[in-house]
Design a binder for this molecule. Structure first.
Ligand SMILES: C[S@@+](CC[C@H](N)C(=O)[O-])C[C@H]1O[C@@H](n2cnc3c(N)ncnc32)[C@H](O)[C@@H]1O
Length: 290
């Protein structure tokens, strides 16, 4: 434990510090399992995910969207524009670059997925966890602007005790897109339940916050309960814990798609040296007319 860091974190927000202490205590078991599987501590836990090379095509087909996807051309143009503007404002982009914990900027696979899902499902209420520079927020908001409706709520814990980088939070999101965006500062443990009781239901959920099994399952449990049928969850970095396997065991009826991440540079030690993302769909019930 880094005492200096704990002190800074405590003085910046004692409530979040207490929550993080409780969470780290609850995560001891999964950290032990990771260490015993990979003695030289690699982030890959003992439960690799089977990657489907056709996952994107299969996902489009399952939700009834065209493939090849016509929206992906627009995505690629936007990607160049977004990366250009972010790179002009920060020292480095990619994996491991944001804050002392080394949070990652959203990569192309994740950004393309949230963009496509927002375009194709035309959701009204969207919720994401984990903002950092705001790459996924930007792509969701661009898609909402093209749809002409919908609102995004983003829960994000600014790195505690690191006020010097708080100015970078959400910098990928231009003012013109902000009317459709509500940024909620704080951990998902603290903010998710009250926010969901205020919003009611959601149509799309994106997890890209703290990638522990405990946190992922907490977020997925609440998001899934609030998700409308026909809605979807997008989960980044599933390879960092075994949580998505247990989510699938609990929800075997939900079609799931597992794809390879696309980091700017190889991420050695992660599954396939890339990492893995996943999407699960909440099936429409008979009363929804499917
Ligand atoms: C991987 S980054 C998000 C990247 C972002 N989605 C993008 O596309 O650029 C994770 C973010 O989640 C925040 N975070 C960490 N723990 C959190 C928690 N318990 N609840 C909510 N946000 C958290 C981090 O400070 C960081 O800003």
């Amino acid at each position: 434990m880094d005492l200096g860091r704990e002190l800074k974190s405590f003085s910046s927000d004692p409530v979040e510090w207490a929550i993080s202490l409780r969470e780290r205590w609850g995560e001891r078991g999964e950290q032990r399992a990771k260490r015993s599987h990979t003695p030289h501590f690699m982030p890959w836990p003992p439960c690799p995910y089977p990657i489907d090379l056709q996952w994107e095509e299969n996902l489009h087909e399952t939700i009834g969207a065209a493939w090849p996807c016509p929206d992906q051309r627009r995505f690629h143009d936007l990607w160049e524009e977004v990366m250009g503007s972010v790179q002009a404002q920060v020292n480095e982009v990619g994996r491991g670059v944001f804050g002392q914990d080394g949070w990652a900027d959203g990569d192309t696979a994740l950004s393309r997925t949230v963009y496509c899902m927002t375009r194709h499902l035309r959701p009204e209420h969207l919720l994401e966890t984990g903002v950092a520079r705001g790459i996924t927020s930007r792509f969701i908001l661009e898609a909402l602007a093209e749809n002409g409706h919908g609102h995004l709520w983003s829960i994000d814990l600014p790195p505690p005790g690191e006020p010097d980088i708080h100015g970078e939070i959400g910098l990928a999101v231009p003012d013109r897109l902000r009317p459709s965006w509500t940024y909620v500062a704080g951990s998902s443990q603290r903010r998710l339940r009250p926010l969901l009781s205020r919003i009611g239901t959601i149509d799309l959920f994106v997890h890209d916050s703290k990638h522990t099994e405990r946190n992922l399952l907490f977020e997925l449990e609440h998001a899934w309960n609030a998700l409308t049928s026909g809605g979807a969850v997008v989960v980044d970095d599933v390879d960092l814990n075994c949580g998505f396997h247990s989510f699938r065991r609990t929800n075997p009826e939900a079609p799931a798609f597992i794809g390879r991440a696309e980091p700017l540079r190889p991420d050695v030690g992660r599954q396939d040296d890339t990492g893995v993302l996943a999407v699960a769909l909440k099936r429409r019930g008979p009363r929804d007319g499917a």
